[in-house]
Ligand binder design. Structure first.
Ligand code: SF4
Length: 464
């Protein structure tokens, strides 16, 4: 039977799993022993972890997640910046400042020149990867998306250019995805927001395109059918019991794996934050505490060890630091969430939510160096064709470190030479030296050193 485009969420089954009995110490240990093999976990295993309530036991889960993060990703952390191309939206999602009925914000859709200008500002700060986020409205159709992607790739600042564009767009048709593919996008991202069909109906009012639950649920099937290799899933925490959403994400990943042979490239988990003109955000139905949020990231890290976990600027610096340890592998840096804000902040041009992290790119990188992390702007896998199932095949045996670590160091070294403040540069160079000294294979060490020297000599965009 063709499983494509089918509803794969069994609401009752997932809530029953969430509400099962609290696991014994032995049950928990059995799941964590499986997790340490770094091959991922089943839906039932994850349900066991989600039902743990004892703090000491949750710390055990977090320790396992740290082990998985360190074993697979090492000290590398990918950086990107979002570009909001507009805040006009035909939908009326109750939790969002961009909702059609919100009169508290000024609306704007960026022109192509403005998108290019935004890109140049990000290039000037050292960014190489962007996430284009476009609202859903007749002013943002597939022609607009394609042109926005072309202009973003075409932008230049002092010889620098964007090397990977991921896109976050409303659901498209298979033919539209084929057009996106031709524009050479990286990951296609679309959040389900909530996988609970009953809650979905409540939070996405009828009469708007987004009210169609199944259309959104099956968008990744259409994306993959249209040739998109990497897809990114997401939920917005706060709408329903977070444990249900995590099991649903597991089901979504299993569905994609079964039908297309490849699960999601990334998952994102923002929590609802206060937003201008959105009363709903003052009464979040299922708020997720900081402690639960750390538990969530830890569980996802061990459940899907090879899927990137993205954290947005919604979280403050302290939370980010901890979440990185437990599993986050990509963060946005120096972000603005109102359209046109990198170039010039217009009073009242509303952002989608308030930000928890207001640091500049150099501050973010400086703090990462202090924590021993490699800020990576790497786009090597994508440009070498190591995408989709090929990327997963490569990642699973642990080779991710062999390519991603050196490539991360190369892009880090570029950043230090081209953009960093003198203090950041000095400590960043020292960190690179230390990390290279720790590489076990002499051959790999030589390759890394040769390329670092080439970068110091002026060569750019080197990747393995
Ligand atoms: S969440 Fe997205 S679709 Fe909904 S109102 Fe906001 S911008 Fe529009």
């Amino acid at each position: 039977m063709d499983e494509k485009f089918k509803n794969f969420i069994d609401r009752e089954k997932l809530y029953n799993l969430v509400n099962g009995s609290i696991p014994t110490e032995q049950e928990l240990d059995a799941v964590l022993a499986k997790a340490r093999k770094l091959k991922g976990l089943s839906l039932e295993d994850v349900a066991v972890l989600l039902r743990v309530t004892d703090h000491d036991q949750i710390h055990k889960i977090m320790e396992t997640a740290k082990f998985a993060k360190e074993s697979i990703y090492g000290k590398r952390l990918v950086l990107f910046a979002p570009i909001y191309t507009g805040n006009v939206c035909v939908n009326n999602c109750v939790y969002c400042a961009f909702r059609r009925d919100n009169k508290a914000i000024k609306r704007k859709v960026l022109t192509m020149d403005e998108i290019e200008q935004e890109t140049k500002v990000l290039l000037h700060e050292g960014h190489k990867r962007v996430l284009l986020i476009c609202g859903e409205s007749p002013r943002n159709d597939i022609d607009y998306y394609c042109e926005a992607i072309r202009r973003t790739y075409a932008a230049r600042d002092n010889g620098n250019y964007i090397r990977r564009i991921n896109v976050e767009l409303a659901p498209l048709t298979i033919d539209e995805f084929k057009r996106l593919k031709a524009e050479k996008i990286g990951t296609y991202v679309c959040f389900q927001e909530t996988y609970d069909p009953v809650a979905y109906k409540e939070f996405h009012p009828a009469g708007t395109p987004k009210a169609d639950y199944l259309n959104r649920l099956t968008v990744m099937d259409r994306a993959m059918e249209g040739g998109i290799n990497d897809v990114g899933l997401g939920v917005l925490f706060g709408l329903v019991d977070y444990r249900f959403e995590i099991l649903a994400i597991m089901e979504h990943a299993a569905h994609l794996e079964k039908v297309f042979g490849c699960g999601p490239h990334t998952v994102s988990f923002p929590r609802i934050e206060p937003a201008d003109g959105v009363e709903f955000t003052n009464h979040i139905p299922h708020p997720v505490s900081d402690f639960d949020f750390k538990k969530i990231i830890a569980i996802i890290r061990i459940a899907m060890p090879y899927t990137g976990i993205i954290l947005s600027t919604r979280e403050n610096d302290e939370m980010r630091k901890e979440l990185i340890e437990y599993g986050v592998s990509q963060i946005s840096a120096g972000s603005r969430t109102n359209p046109g804000a990198y170039s010039e902040e217009e009073e009242g041009t509303g952002s989608q939510f308030s930000l928890g992290d207001h640091r500049t790119m150099d501050d973010v990188i400086s703090n990462m160096i202090d924590g021993g992390y490699i800020p990576s702007f790497c786009t090597g896998c994508y440009r070498k064709g190591r995408v989709g199932a090929d990327f997963m095949d490569l990642a699973k045996p642990g080779l991710i470190k062999q390519f991603c670590m050196p490539n991360g160091l190369f892009t880090f070294n570029e950043y230090l030479n081209d953009f960093a403040s003198p203090e950041t540069k000095a400590k960043g160079k020292a960190l690179i030296k230390k990390l290279v000294a720790e590489v076990e294979s002499q051959q790999l060490k030589n390759t890394i050193n040769e390329n670092l020297e080439k970068i110091d000599g002026g060569e750019r965009d080197i990747y393995l």
